[in-house]
Design a protein around this ligand. Structure first.
Ligand code: ATP
Ligand code: MG
Length: 569
């Protein structure tokens, strides 16, 4: 159970509270999360998960997990197990209430027979194209099928034949007999069953007719006595159809309430498009840390708590909107800051030789594991004559207000010494390969007894003690905040960011990271948050950068660059 103190409120919870006061369903609240197992869950699904399980929790109700597995052509066991893992990871559980729409195939068949007997459903021989043509448009009514007035006996006979495999796919369908002139296209005799000679991941070859989502969904909710059937806005126009089915059958009526989907800038949240990214190799699988899938976010090091907090912050509304990616980033950093121990890691190592430090001396410097939380304790980090600093922390020709290291400048090595750069060593191409520096022995620990101050503090790693690791740094997967806009006249993959993955093969980290395990998280001080990747081996650790720390300097430089351009023009 979650113990988030905050009591949430929104238009759906308002409805539920009103109904509870009125004593509807005897105050019972039953929700469900109903994914189709045709891909991996993404952060959009998390909105529905947090909403459905969160509401059940808040009102002492229950939330079921139900796989809407009505389409055997797209569904796989792999997707079922990944979804189960992801929902558990988010922190939710359904006890013994794990269901499959396929559990209800028998009942749905009986109900279809009942509708046929009541003259409310018929077998249609029109082809899929003809059915589409006959359906009409938003402005024109549809046309009735010539097979619409078959006798009940003939319908029963043909439907049984469909079930027994007497026909080919697309030869016949079962349709509800409602109203071909209805202004709501969903009510123009929707298809209830189609023939599919496919093996189903659970029912095997037992069935060769499969219910459509429209026919299965509402009845599945009814069977499970779902009190509040929460779904996204695109199902609003299906609601009258779901109600029509429930009314004809005279069975329990869940209340359907629609809410807006979650959209986030610089990403796509649609299984169909995510499948394309995976299958066409734009990413390295469903759990690629750049993917908005829950498994990708988990591998990247993002915590389930931050996802929940983000979603609760966004809330539920009836109006479509797109949330800025930076908002999600804020919640990711906020949560990681509180929970991750600190370590030193140098992404772009530049060797520094401390000329006035004894050759074989090693000193252990005490570091707090979390500057804001003493309960994390401390650790000893070795310091020696040769250290690595980050190339980015040195400029031979520093711009104004660059407080880090440059020739003749003094900086602090965190929890070690004040250090001054004396000399720059270059190779024949002019590339800087080494710095020669001195430390002030009086400043051990990182403070000067004479009270003098330095503006820059650098992180460092001792050369002989350093572990050599790989770091994968991720940027947004798309360059365009609205990647789907590219679909007009192109493809959303056109706006993929070619530089979304950068690999640093020889990152130097402090020796205390020896033995860390996949999933462990650290903040590399001054750099960002990192998580150990399952690709790690005994020989080589691999880290994913979850997210960078806020880098003010990048912003300053950008502003200076803009300033420069403005002055030029
Ligand atoms: P996709 O387009 O990614 O395939 P879907 O709606 O077809 O999504 P389902 O497996 O049917 O996928 O979704 C399960 C539940 O998750 C549904 O109730 C659906 O409304 C909800 N859901 C899916 N995407 C989002 C989203 N972006 N925001 C909120 N809820 C979502
Ligand atoms: Mg769907």
């Amino acid at each position: 159970m979650m113990n988030d103190e905050k009591v949430l409120s929104d238009f759906i919870r308002d409805i539920i509270e009103r109904e509870m006061e009125e004593g509807k369903h005897d105050g019972r609240v039953q929700t469900r999360f109903p994914p189709e197992p045709n891909g991996y869950l993404h952060i959009g699904h998390a909105k529905s998960i947090v909403l459905n399980f969160g509401i059940a929790e808040q009102y002492d109700g229950k939330c079921n997990l139900r796989f809407d597995d009505t389409n055997p052509t797209r569904e796989e066991e792999e997707f079922v197990s990944s979804m189960i893992e992801d929902i558990h990871w988010l922190g939710y559980d359904w006890d013994d209430r794990l269901f499959f729409a396929s559990d209800y195939f028998g009942q749905l068949y009986e109900w279809a027979v009942q509708l046929i007997k009541d003259g409310k459903a018929y077998v249609d021989d029109l082809s899929p194209e003809e059915i589409r043509e006959y359906r009409g448009t938003l402005t024109e009514p549809g046309k009735e099928s010539p097979f619409r007035d078959r006798s009940v006996e003939e319908n029963l006979d043909l439907f049984q034949g469909m079930k027994e495999g007497e026909f080919m796919e697309e030869e016949r369908v079962l349709r509800a007999k409602i109203d071909m002139a209805s202004p709501n296209i969903n009510l123009r005799d929707p298809v209830m069953y189609r023939i599919l000679h496919e093996t189903h991941h659970r029912t095997g070859d037992e069935w060769c007719i499969y219910p459509t989502y429209d026919w299965a969904h509402g009845q599945s909710d009814s069977i499970e006595k779902i009190t509040h059937s929460l779904c996204t806005l695109e199902f609003k126009n299906n609601r009258p159809l779901y109600n029509w089915f429930l009314d004809q059958l005279g069975i329990f009526h869940p209340r359907q309430i629609e809410f807006a989907r979650l959209n986030i800038t610089y990403t796509v949240l649609s299984k169909r498009r995510l499948i394309q990214l995976v299958e066409e190799g734009y990413v390295n699988g469903w759990d690629d840390p750049r993917m908005p899938t829950l498994s990708g976010m988990r591998r990247r090091g993002i915590t389930p708590e931050s996802i929940r907090h983000f979603i609760e912050h966004v809330g539920v509304a009836k109006k479509q909107s797109t949330i800025q990616r930076s908002k999600l980033d804020h919640f990711i950093r906020d949560d990681l800051n509180a929970r991750t121990p600190r370590a030193n890691g140098v992404l772009r190592p530049l060797k520094v030789v401390i000329t006035n430090y004894p050759e074989d001396k090693v000193e252990m410097m005490e570091f707090p594991n979390h500057p804001g939380d003493e309960s994390f304790g401390t650790r000893d980090v070795p310091f020696s004559k040769e250290i690595y600093i980050d190339r980015d922390d040195f400029r031979e020709d520093p711009p104004k207000r660059f407080w880090r290291l440059s020739p003749g400048k003094e900086v602090r090595l965190r929890y070690a010494y004040f250090m001054t750069c004396q000399d720059v060593v270059k190779d024949e191409d002019g590339k800087i390969v080494e710095l020669r520096c001195t430390v002030d022995p009086e400043t051990r620990g990182g403070a000067a007894p004479d009270g003098r101050k330095v503006k820059g503090t650098l992180h460092w790693v001792s050369v002989p003690h350093a572990l050599d690791v790989e770091v994968r740094v991720y940027d947004r997967l798309f360059n365009d905040p609205f990647p789907l806009d590219a679909e007009e006249g192109g493809d959303f993959t056109d706006s993929l960011n070619p530089d979304s993955l950068q690999v640093y093969s020889h990152v130097k980290v402090e020796p205390s990271l020896q033995g860390v395990k996949a999933g462990d998280r650290y903040q590399f001080e001054r750099v960002g948050y990192f998580c150990v990747d399952p690709d790690s081996t005994e020989e080589k650790l691999v880290f994913n950068q979850t997210i960078a720390l806020y880098d003010s300097w990048a912003k300053i430089e950008k502003r200076q660059e803009q300033e420069r351009k403005r002055r030029k023009s």
